[in-house]
Design a protein around this ligand. Structure first.
Ligand code: NAD
Length: 255
């Protein structure tokens, strides 16, 4: 039997076929999972809908994760359609371009709050509204980056947001373990996506990754997808609160 046969879940963060969420969705689909997707706005719906449908999904819902009401609406729709779910993928982040370009100490109060709200806080209401649907336990995975634990040039406020996200993973994992709900993060190496294009000197990050990572190459959306599949499946039934690196070993290399 396939790894995810009979399992259902929702993916937040698909924008196009370069998205990490797309790598995740394809792996989950191949493993037999039934998928729901959300999209941020009408412009993205045009890209997300055909991709979702190509994986047999007919649950494609709008959601700005800056709104608790919209997150709640997604899960009430899932309750209506499916009754229960097994997993949630949080692959969403946002920061103002200016806040990523300017020196970190110039980050505006509003920009700081926005980055933390969309990229970290949103995991909490997602978990809150998913929980009543995870009747037999469940697994939640979010996407992080090395900038959470190291000062990566140019990552700035997003690094602070990822630090909050990783701490949230640990607190949620601690709190929900007794309900057999696991919460983990994948910390991916740099991958060319829409979101990554906002990070200063991104090309340089790709070059350094190829040069210095033990595997001497970039990682792919598919590889992040495979690690996420592991964390969402029963293969990782005793794993929770973990930050799982998919970065060709870059984070352990001395230089
Ligand atoms: P992406 O641009 O394809 O995905 C980011 C998604 O966030 C988009 O679908 C966008 O619509 C969504 N989003 C932004 N604001 C939103 C809001 N208010 N409400 C709902 N959705 C919103 O880029 P990606 O690189 O695939 O990013 C996915 C995740 O992976 C992010 O958390 C990102 O920080 C993380 N990540 C990316 C890299 C990389 O190098 N690309 C590395 C490590 C971690």
């Amino acid at each position: 039997m396939s790894l995810m046969q009979g399992k259902r879940g929702v993916i937040f963060g698909l924008a196009n076929d370069k998205s990490i969420a797309w790598g995740v969705a394809q792996q989950l689909h191949e493993a037999g999972a039934e998928l729901a997707f959300t999209y941020l706005n009408d412009a993205l719906e045009k890209r997300v809908r055909p991709l979702a449908e190509s994986l047999g999904s007919n649950v494609i819902l709008p959601c700005d994760v800056g709104s608790d009401e919209q997150i709640e609406a997604v899960f009430s729709e899932l309750k209506e359609r499916w009754g229960s779910i097994d997993f949630v993928v949080h692959a969403v982040a946002f920061a103002n371009r200016d806040d990523l370009k300017n020196p970190f100490h110039q980050t505006s109060r509003e920009g700081f709050q926005l980055a933390l709200d969309i990229s970290a806080y949103s995991l909490l209401p997602m978990t809150r509204y998913a929980l009543p649907l995870m009747k037999d336990g469940g697994s939640i995975v979010t996407m992080s980056y090395l900038g959470a634990i190291r000062a990566v040039p140019g990552y700035n406020v997003m690094g602070v947001a990822k630090a909050a996200l990783e701490a949230s993973v640990r607190y949620l994992a601690y709190e929900l373990g007794a309900q057999n709900v696991r919460v983990n993060a994948v910390s991916a190496g740099p991958i060319k996506t829409l979101a990554a294009s906002g990070v200063a000197n991104f090309k340089e990050k790709l070059r350094i990754m190829e040069e210095r990572s033990p595997l001497k190459r970039l990682v792919t959306q598919d590889e992040v997808g495979k690690a996420t599949l592991y964390l969402l499946s029963d293969l990782s039934s005793a794993v929770t609160g973990e930050i799982h690196y998919v970065d060709g070993g870059f984070s352990i290399a001395a230089g």
